[in-house]
Structures are given as structure tokens and as C-alpha cells.
Write a protein that binds this ligand. Structure first.
Ligand code: PGA
Length: 252
């Protein structure tokens, strides 16, 4: 049985004061919830705060992006070993906002993923189609291209200790969730595609759903056989809402 993982993606949100209250509440709310994994991916400047607030708890922390190289003259960039230095467990790569706003392609995302792995982090690879792509029937083609770029560069074993997050772009921040059946279909497709290369890696792979997950729809999504938890944007900024989503991941 795969354990559920609920990861928050704070995006470019928060202040020291707000974060302190949120991190304390998540830490204490999670203290009695040991059958579900929980993490928060915070903006870079708040990694030290997350580390200080969450060390010794069952809540892990991570970042939302990373550079594909380890060091050098890359003004403004942050390396995977720096994230490791701050105790990060996870890093999101290839979020659709990075792909759409900053032009990141699947090749670059695969390079970031492998660099995160090399530094000992668990990368969370985001994949997902736009509304136009869904409506024109190319969802599987788009998701396959995003996944295959990584498998081509790093081999299927790159997915051995990694997380994939299926996030349909049209469901992110829109309040429009994919139905549990729509999400399940794409999750099953992802798992099958990995299984065609290595069935053991596929059956152990944690595949999260992301896109307007809230306390009131998490349980239904998480009940699907190939949905192993959620990547949570907006709802991860409200402690009670985020904790309720984590609770939906507790095995019944
Ligand atoms: P949302 O964001 O939960 O606010 O839709 C999810 C994400 O972008 O990871």
C-alpha cells in the first residue's frame, strides 16, 4: 500500500508573521497524524523559517523550483545542494506556472529533476494539460511528452524515489477540479506508462493530484486507486483547510 502524501505549494505567498502561525498550526495538527506524509513547499527566503519551525516534526519542507546546475555564475538562481543545506526533502519541478510564464520546457524540467535527485531531494514532477489540449483530445499525448522527457534523460529508475503530480492547468486556482474519474484516468495512464518500462517502480510511484483540491473534495479524489495524495495550492495557506485535506489521506 502506498502512503498518501499531501504537499502544500505556497507559491509566492506569505510573510514571516503569517508563516509562523501557519507552520505552528500545521506542525501541531500533524503531530497525531502519522499515517500520512505531509510537506510544505515554501518560497526560498522562508526555507530557514520552515526548517526552524518544522525540524523534529513529521512535516517535511521543500522548495518550488531549482536550477539545473549545481553552482556557478547564474545570478538569481538557487541550486539543489543549497536546498539540501536547508534540510529540504522535496522540490517541485515543472509546475505549469513555470512552464507557461517562464517558458520551461520538458527537457529543462528533466534536468532540474535529475539535479534535485543528485542532491538527495525528492523531486515532485508536475505534468498536466491545458483546457485547449483537453478539449482537443491530446491530454495523454501532452502528459506522455512531459513524462518521457525525464525517462529519456534519466532512465525510468529516475522515478524510483520521486513524486509525479498530475495538475490539469485548467483546474489550478480556478475552483474547477477534475472529477475523480477524470483524474483517475490520467493517473492510471501515467502509472501504466511507467509500468511499461518497470512495473515495480510504477507500483511504488507516488502520483499526486493537484488543481483546486479542498477539504470538501479531497476524500473523493484520494479514494481513487491511482491517486496517492495531493499537491495543494490555495488551500495550503489555511491551516484548518490544509489539515483537513491531510486527514482525508489517513487510511480508513
Ligand atoms: P490550487 O493550486 O490548489 O490553488 O489549484 C495547485 C497548484 O498549483 O499546485
Amino acid at each position: 500500500m502506498r502512503r498518501k502524501l499531501v504537499a502544500g505549494n505556497w507559491k509566492m505567498q506569505g510573510t514571516l508573521t503569517q508563516n509562523a502561525a501557519l507552520l505552528d498550526a500545521v506542525r501541531s495538527g500533524m503531530a497525531a497524524m502519522n499515517s500520512v506524509d505531509c510537506a510544505v513547499c515554501v518560497p526560498f527566503p522562508y526555507l530557514a523559517q520552515a526548517q526552524q519551525k518544522l525540524s523534529g516534526s513529521n512535516v517535511k519542507w521543500g522548495a518550488q523550483d531549482v536550477h539545473q546546475l549545481d553552482k556557478g555564475a547564474y545570478t538569481g538562481e538557487v541550486s539543489a545542494s543549497m536546498l539540501h543545506d536547508f534540510g529540504c526533502s522535496y522540490v517541485i519541478v515543472g509546475h505549469s506556472e513555470r512552464r507557461a510564464i517562464y517558458g520551461e520546457n520538458s527537457q529543462l524540467v528533466a534536468e532540474k529533476f535529475l539535479m534535485a535527485h543528485l542532491a538527495g531531494l525528492t523531486p515532485i514532477l508536475c505534468v498536466g494539460e491545458s483546457l485547449q489540449q483537453r478539449e482537443s483530445g491530446v491530454t495523454e499525448k501532452v502528459v506522455a511528452e512531459q513524462l518521457d522527457a525525464l525517462i529519456q534523460l534519466g532512465g525510468v529508475q529516475a522515478l524510483r524515489s520521486a513524486v509525479v503530480a498530475y495538475e490539469p492547468v485548467w483546474a489550478i486556482g480556478t475552483g474547477k477540479t477534475a472529477t475523480s474519474a477524470q483524474a483517475q484516468a490520467v493517473h492510471a495512464f501515467i502509472r501504466q506508462r511507467v509500468a511499461s518500462q518497470d512495473s515495480q517502480i510504477a507500483s511504488g510511484l507516488c502520483i499526486l493530484y493537484g488543481g483546486s483540491v479542498k477539504a470538501n473534495n479531497a476524500a473523493e479524489l484520494f479514494a481513487m486507486p491511482d491517486i496517492d495524495g495531493g499537491l495543494i495550492g490555495g488551500a495550503s495557506l489555511v491551516a484548518e483547510e490544509f489539515l483537513a485535506i491531510c486527514r482525508a489521506g489517513v487510511p480508513s
